[in-house]
Design a protein around this ligand. Sequence first.
Ligand SMILES: [Fe+2]
Length: 345
Amino acid sequence: MNDLGRIEDLPTDYVASLTERNLVPLWPSLRGVMPAHTPRPRTLPTHWSYQDLRPLLMEAGRLTPIEKAERRVLVLANPGHGLEKMQASSAIYLGIQLLLPGEWAPAHRHTPNAVRMIIEGEGAYTTVEGEKCPMSRGDLILTPTGLWHEHGHDGQDPVTWLDVLDLPLVYYLEASYHVNGLAQPVSPDRGDVANATGGVLPTPFFQRTHKDYPLLRYPWASVRAQLLHMAESQPHVESVQVTYVNPNTGLDALNILGFHALMLKPGQTLQLPVRSTAMVYHLIEGDVRVSQPGHECRLEPADTSCAPGYVPVTLTNLHSQHPSFVFMADESPLQRKLGIYEVRA
Ligand SMILES: [Fe+2]
């Protein structure tokens, strides 16, 4: 491939004349913005240990009252993007949030989509558009773009969860903002109960719901049971995994980020396909090694790691007697819509 001309090859007075007019020559930067064959992601493989960060999160609970934080979160920031950017990948934001007994995180809504994956503690809840979603370990709760939500905690112990947002993308699009609101009246509607059986939908008078997001809470007990059923009923399937979808459309649960759960059989090593999207791995249960070129980490329960797109990733269940369960987030819904999603052999 030709080496292209560099900026230093140009006369300085010529470059100055361009700069003065807000003009830039493309050729010195062309290979940088469009490298050959494979992108050069800024996203670095990164691992965050829950046991390591937990004391710092609890200290935040002592240092900063909820009124001074609104959302008490330690952001899992990817050093490849610069910590100040608060992003795990180009489109994914990750944070670990703490809510103490009796605390209330007031109602608001915002343009970025969010989900929370509950890590520890019982008795807390998120109310989304009036639907009260109880929080238990491994539950996935959606707060899609524009929907009111607030968090409360009637239990005895601290509650923590992993927040996953498409904030970096929405911020980049200069479309990120929030609106504060009042406490929501709670309705008796429970989408997670109405949609508890896969394959059938509530259709009163033969009509599907008009709600954009009929299912807001995916209880871990159901997802875990389904993965175990899959492994048992389809023993030939190597990759025991499910995707969180909108039951009304069958499409991804949210528009921008995708969410999946994977079961690794005892002792299993699973080579994942090389795909164009960055990935987040969060261990719900078990003991898993995540290997990618130049980086290896061991996920203990509630640990989180990320990998850039276009790299081969291998997951190994280090338990030889028990399955391990991994929650995954990626940018595949966004990339599919943009037409840039790719799976490489
Ligand atoms: Fe929020």
